[in-house]
Design a binder for this molecule. Sequence first.
Ligand SMILES: C[S@@+](CC[C@H](N)C(=O)[O-])C[C@H]1O[C@@H](n2cnc3c(N)ncnc32)[C@H](O)[C@@H]1O
Length: 304
Amino acid sequence: MARMAQHAMQAAIPSEDWSAGIPADQDTAVHLSDRHFRTIAELIEGQVGIKLPPGKRLMLEGRLHKRVRALNFADLNDYVDNLFEEHLFETELTHLIDVVTTNKTDFFREPQHFTFMREVAIPSLLKSHGRRNANLKVWSSASSTGMEAYTIAMVLDDMTRTGSSFQYRILGTDISTAVLRLAQTAIYTRDVLAPVPEPFLKRYFLNSRDKSRGEVRVVPELRRMTHFMRMNLMDAVYPVDRDVDIIFCRNVLIYFDKPTQRKVVERLCSHLRPGGYLLVGHSESMVHSNIPGLKQVQPTIFQV
Ligand SMILES: C[S@@+](CC[C@H](N)C(=O)[O-])C[C@H]1O[C@@H](n2cnc3c(N)ncnc32)[C@H](O)[C@@H]1O
């Protein structure tokens, strides 16, 4: 079945100049052949929507060497030749996805979105819920290591302490199992905390007992409200409620081609309650023009 999927994908991918960025004295023991690189690039684009340009080839080779050794393959090309074997495919696809995804994220990344959430979106949504103790649902749909989801949790929890009356739940989803594992542990190194406001640092993070580790953990009160699961934005159906209040889909659409971006945005919007908001990354503001029923509130903020 995996082989059939591969053929279907190969037919769908336009050919490109795959040789760019490859050293002239290519050594097949160390480097992927053009054909093998293309096999992986087509597999990844077909499964996850991410384009692997030739410039990523050296990075891919570098990251795969360890795997090739661990599985006792002769070299990278031998690994790719065996990739579609039934007993390897699922595990290796998961591994390849972890290797090729760009997981850069931060607490309070693009902070205007959190100000908008606090000052505009939540007050407006609470009105439309029309009752006290509304139960808000917020979805971080390319959550990476969870910093976006926990930033949302900090802001919402802070609002409930300062006069707003609501409950909330946060869902984080991502394709990469490696980042989801980190998100679930909610343990981070201290150096990523710079963007977190001082009062939130004290309130929402616990220091590890062993100070030399330089680690902190998000407090259980926020972890209880925040759940993570693996989900591919390329899937035709998302196993998520259809009355979500706010969806964050930031800094992932840029990796997809235009038709895929449109499909993903349309699918995400079908999970929003009327009046719900979709927030995209600041480099993604042009992605969603002309989607029926989607109104642009600010350059990167949309409402259904
Ligand atoms: C650059 S990070 C952005 C993280 C966060 N949204 C932010 O803005 O800080 C992009 C994330 O999208 C995830 N991703 C890429 N393709 C995906 C797909 N098809 N479905 C779900 N997640 C995907 C990657 O694994 C990665 O963690």
